[in-house]
Design a protein around this ligand. Structure first.
Ligand code: PA5
Length: 447
């Protein structure tokens, strides 16, 4: 029994002709990824990353995590996009849903996140929480120059140095950045902070299995060696084309659906722990494929919650969507619905059943209704939520993303579009060097 099973039967008949037509293209795409001959091949270091990560790096990361766990009640991970979403996805999936509401325990700090927004209230409230607390900072930026994390780091570094003292703060800051360039690298070298390197050939959204994700995940107390082992096994399973390569099958099916007019993919979960996994997936696919006027729009819903908000649209709205459901076969814990003598809520017919049995019937009922309503459905069943399975799932989606981008005919490894808002923001904030853009944008907004 595999940890991940993909079923495309309820999608195939919507676009069988297009699916068959992608077979040769998929062989080419996989060859390009394995041989490094496709577009953007300077950024495919993630393809063999898991199997090639030395045990010594894992040990070093675990030692740093142990040091931070010993010294801190809170560890703030500062980063945005690919420098944040992977760690947040794995930590949310593997942690107790209410972990943040328990007090920090010795050697088990709370992992918090900053620098992924520019919310002033968020920042001020975080500062209030950290006041007089023992905390550490993991600051993550590949470029070392991104505005959101730079602001958060400047504010929290000041607070840490004020609370712990400048010398002691040095041991409580870890920087993860480029080996040689960027402001963060310069600061880290000058200040003597511990650093980890983000490999040049791994882009942000593919970096969860580098120190970018591994250190915050280890600090949260999860087993990063198992995460890498899961990914490495999936690496082997998806190295060659064929019907057993589930990354290929998923990539082909979603492209076949796109070619048949389905422009939006909903990643659906029935477990709230997967909410941020969907956020990670949206960045992975959105930044990789949304370019050159093309690309499936990646969206997500958390069910059954969103069946009570988005369910109507999915059932009867424009027929341009398809769904990919991630279903967790076995919950880790068990709760049964109790019998109630009065039965005023009328749910005694469920008494004695595990909550998950109801959840699974909700999932099946929804699938039948949506497929009959014209929404193709792919189903990814994972055996459980643990490090090994998540490592497999991460690599499965990364590999499929590379294949899918090539099937779409784009460079899946660049993101030229994300610069447009930055240029305008810098012009509006009158950043030195942006004088021409400032004058132009002022004319534009003044009409
Ligand atoms: O995937 C990407 O490249 C982006 O989402 C980046 O990860 C994000 O913009 C953060 O960049 P950096 O790590 O350079 O601060």
């Amino acid at each position: 029994m595999k940890s991940i099973e993909l079923n495309i039967n309820d999608a195939l008949y919507f676009a069988e002709k297009q699916y068959v037509a992608t077979e040769g293209e998929a062989v080419e795409a996989i060859t390009k990824l394995e041989k490094g001959t496709g577009l953007g091949s300077d950024y495919i270091g993630w393809v063999n990353l898991a199997s090639e990560t030395p045990a010594s790096l894992v040990e070093q990361i675990n030692a740093t995590a142990a040091r931070l766990r010993e010294a801190c009640e809170y560890v703030v991970c500062i980063g945005i996009g690919g420098s944040y979403l992977g760690a947040k996805a794995v930590n949310t999936a593997l942690s107790d849903s209410f972990a943040d509401y328990y007090a920090p325990a010795p050697k088990s700090p709370k992992v918090l996140y900053a620098g992924q927004n520019i919310g002033e209230d968020y920042m001020a409230e975080l500062q209030n929480l950290l006041k007089d607390k023992k905390f550490g900072i993991i600051v993550i930026s590949k470029s070392g120059t991104t505005t959101e994390p730079a602001i958060a780091f400047r504010i929290l570094r000041d607070q840490l140095e004020a609370q712990a003292g400048k010398e002691a703060a040095k041991d409580l800051i870890v920087a993860i950045t480029d080996a040689n360039k960027g402001a963060l690298r310069t600061m880290a070298d000058q200040e003597g902070w511990q650093t980890y390197v983000i490999p040049d050939n791994v882009g942000g959204r593919f970096s969860v299995l580098t120190p970018v994700g591994l250190l915050p995940i280890a600090v949260a107390g999860h087993d990063i060696a198992r995460l890498l082992a899961g990914a490495a096994d999936m690496e082997k399973e998806t190295a060659h084309p064929g019907p057993d390569n589930i990354s290929e099958v998923y990539a082909r099916m979603r492209n076949a659906l796109y070619r048949s007019g389905k422009k939006i993919e909903l990643l659906v979960n029935y477990n709230p722990k997967l909410h941020f996994f969907s956020e990670w997936w949206k960045q992975l696919y959105g930044e990789s494929e949304g370019k050159d006027g093309k690309g499936i729009f990646p969206a997500s819903v958390d069910n059954t919650t969103d069946l009570h908000s988005m369910g109507q649209w999915i059932q009867e709205g424009e027929r341009t969507i398809f769904e990919t459901v991630i279903s967790v076969k076995k919950p880790a814990l068990s709760v049964r619905v109790p019998e109630n003598a009065a039965n005023l809520d009328g749910i005694n017919y469920l008494a004695g059943k595990n909550v998950d049995e109801v959840n699974k019937m909700a999932e099946l009922g929804t699938k039948i209704a949506h497929v009959e309503g014209g929404v193709p459905n792919m189903r990814i069943e994972i055996s459980k939520l643990d490090e090994y399975v998540l490592g497999q799932l991460i690599y499965f989606f990364e590999k499929a993303c590379g294949i899918s981008g090539y099937l779409l005919g784009v460079n899946p490894f660049n993101q030229p579009g994300v610069e447009a808002y930055k240029k305008n923001m810098f012009a509006l904030l009158e950043k030195p060097g942006y004088e021409t853009e400032t004058a132009a944008i002022k004319t534009k907004i003044q009409g």
